[in-house]
Structures are given as C-alpha cells and as structure tokens.
Write a protein of this length. Sequence first.
Length: 64
Amino acid sequence: MPPRLLIVDDDLTLCKTLKGFFEGRNYRVETAHDGVEAVTKVKQFRPHLMFCDIGLAEKTLPCR
C-alpha cells in the first residue's frame, strides 16, 4: 500500500503542484484548504504524513 500524504494549504496552486509531484512518486495524496477540512480528512484518510501551512488564517482553525 502506498504511503498516504495530506497537504493542508489555502494556496490552491501550491496544493495542486505538490499533489502532482507526490502522486508521481506513488503517494496517495489528499488536500485540504482550511483547518476544519484538514481535521475531517485526517479522520477519514488517516495519513502517514501531513504537510501543513502554519500560516493558515485563524478563522479556519477548528481549535479556536
């Protein structure tokens, strides 16, 4: 089974670029564009690795 990667960033172009790069290296990739979506994807997709934009807008973070 290929490793699962979750990319969390509000920059859609960056997400698309990274997704294509890692899928070309046999990763299963999901993307999320805010904190709420990221939490849902973590629960459903159960990634092995997650890249997360630490500069997401506060309004998107589910823990606030």
